[in-house]
Ligand binder design. Sequence first.
Ligand code: UDP
Length: 238
Amino acid sequence: MGKPRYRRVLVKVSGEALMGDQPSGLHPPTLARIATDLAKTKKLGVQIAVVVGGGNFLRGAHFAESGIDRATADQMGMLATVMNALALEAAIEKAGVPARTLSAIRMPSVCEPYSRQRALKHLAAGRIVVLAGGTGNPYFTTDTGATLRAAELRCEAVFKATGVDGVYDADPKRNPKAKRFEKLSHDEALARDLKVMDASAFALAREAGLPIIVFSIREKGAISAAIRGEGKATTVAP
Ligand code: UDP
């Protein structure tokens, strides 16, 4: 097994990645597989912060179409990420590595409030930190939460776990000739209008010179493989 190239990374796990083949919610075997993968990677000597999404329960922009205020819908979306974070924290601990959920929305009876110092303290103590609540503000996504936390916690890269094994020049599900990029710069991705992350998340990553590695979470061991530089992925780096 190759040695990891990184000392501290941020892994972004979308809510959808936790629902397995179900239409929504949490799929315990999938949760256990991802948690085991994270625990295994941690044991290789990598400090890991995980930002979880909430799309398996609710996305603010979509829910607001029903007429509810967007900011309220986004707060509900952020609460969804807390549910996922608590489930992931428990699954990681079950896989044998201590974990702590830190939430950008204060709810001290449920988990610790996020602060940079606290996150760094847990990472140094060998815990996986699970970051809930995205940025804590409406009108953002957990992708932005991921790049923001990666920059402030000085993570060397953001590993974005998705349903596809990288960034393509066309939609690979619709176009069988779509070509996967091995490596791209932030500027190239922007010039070609490739959707690596949403615009505000990507702008922050570009400004911070933060590499983004896009890989598929579908395979067992996908996270540890990506962090060891194995398996298929696209690296967006300066
Ligand atoms: N959200 C938010 N601010 C943030 C992060 C998330 O308001 O900083 C809300 C937003 O409504 C979003 C929802 O939480 O739709 C779930 O997050 P996201 O869509 O990023 O989850 P994912 O697609 O990764 O599962």
